[in-house]
Ligand binder design. Structure first.
Ligand SMILES: [Fe+2]
Length: 249
C-alpha cells in the first residue's frame, strides 16, 4: 500500500492491521530513500511470500533493502528480520540493549517463550539474525536522502525505540508499539515493562515536531500525529495510564 511518494506499508496482519500479510504481523513500513530502501520492523517472518509479493507489487525486491530498523525485540516485529537480512544482506539496527537477544534468537529475553500457544503458534521459533547493530539513544543514521534519528524509549519493552525523520516534506514518527492511534499504548505483564520510564519517554517524544505517526499496529496518521503522543502524555502526567490498545483487550 503506497502511503506517500516514498513511504509504503508492506506488512500488516489482519488481526490488528490492514490484512496484507501474516495475520499477526505488525505494520512494516518501507521507505524508498532514492538509494535503496529502508524497512521499519520486520513482522513475524511467517508466510514470507506474502510480504515479498507486496514489496514486488511496488517495483522493489529484497535486494533493494539496505537497512532494517527494529523498534523492539518482540516476535511480531522482529522475527522476520533473519530471513530479510539473509535475502537482502542488509544491516539490522535495533535498540542497543535488545540487540543481543535479536542476534541470539533469545525466546526468554524477548518473551516469545511466554506467548507460545497464545499470541504465537506453539511451534513458533525466534530465528537468530546476523549483522545486528545496537543503536544508541539519539543516534542518526542516513541512508540515501533520508536521515533517521532513533530515540530509545523504555517502557513497552526493555529499550523500545522510535524512529524520527523528515520524508516527503513531512516530519514522521515511526512509533512501533510506543504509541498508537488516539494515544493508546500496549502494556503487558512482562518482566521488562516499566511505567515511569515510559512516562518520561512520552514527555520527551512530545517535544518533537511530529506531523505523521506510523504505529506498529492499527492506523497511521499523516497530519497532527502529535495529538497521539500528547493524549498519552496527558494521562501519564496526572499519574494515570493511557488507554490500552483496544485490539489487545
Ligand atoms: Fe511489542
Amino acid at each position: 500500500m503506497k502511503i506517500t511518494e516514498h513511504i509504503y506499508l508492506v506488512g500488516s496482519g489482519s488481526r490488528w492491521g490492514f490484512g496484507l500479510t501474516n495475520e499477526i504481523d505488525c505494520n512494516v513500513f518501507l521507505i524508498d530513500t532514492g538509494d535503496g530502501c529502508v524497512l521499519i520492523d520486520a513482522g513475524t517472518g511467517l508466510e514470507p511470500e506474502k510480504m515479498d509479493a507486496v514489496i514486488a507489487s511496488h517495483g522493489f525486491s529484497m535486494k533493494d533493502i539496505k537497512a532494517l530498523f527494529l523498534t523492539h525485540y518482540h516476535g511480531d516485529h522482529a522475527c522476520g528480520a533473519s530471513r530479510i537480512q539473509k535475502a537482502s544482506g542488509c544491516r539490522i539496527y535495533a535498540p542497543a540493549q535488545e540487540a543481543d537477544a535479536i542476534r541470539d534468537g533469545d525466546e526468554t529475553a524477548t518473551s516469545v517463550a511466554l506467548a507460545k500457544g497464545g499470541l504465537y503458534p506453539l511451534d513458533f521459533v525466534y530465528p537468530k539474525s546476523d549483522n545486528v547493530v545496537g543503536v544508541e539513544d539519539a543516534q542518526t543514521i542516513a541512508i540515501g536522502n533520508v536521515s533517521l534519528t532513533c530515540y530509545l524509549c523504555p517502557g513497552h519493552s526493555l529499550q523500545d525505540m522510535v524512529i524520527f525523520g523528515e520524508i516527503d516534506g513531512r516530519k514522521c514518527l515511526f512509533s512501533g508499539d510506543f504509541v498508537f492511534a488516539h494515544g493508546q499504548v500496549l502494556l503487558q505483564p512482562l518482566y521488562d515493562v516499566t511505567l515511569k520510564p515510559y512516562a518520561d519517554a512520552m514527555r520527551r517524544i512530545a517535544g518533537l515536531p511530529i506531523e505523521a505517526v506510523f504505529p506498529g499496529h492499527g492506523v497511521f496518521c499523516l497530519e497532527n500525529g502529535i495529538q497521539y503522543v500528547q493524549k498519552a502524555l496527558e494521562k501519564f502526567d496526572v499519574g494515570l495510564l493511557p488507554q490500552q490498545l483496544y485490539y489487545f483487550t
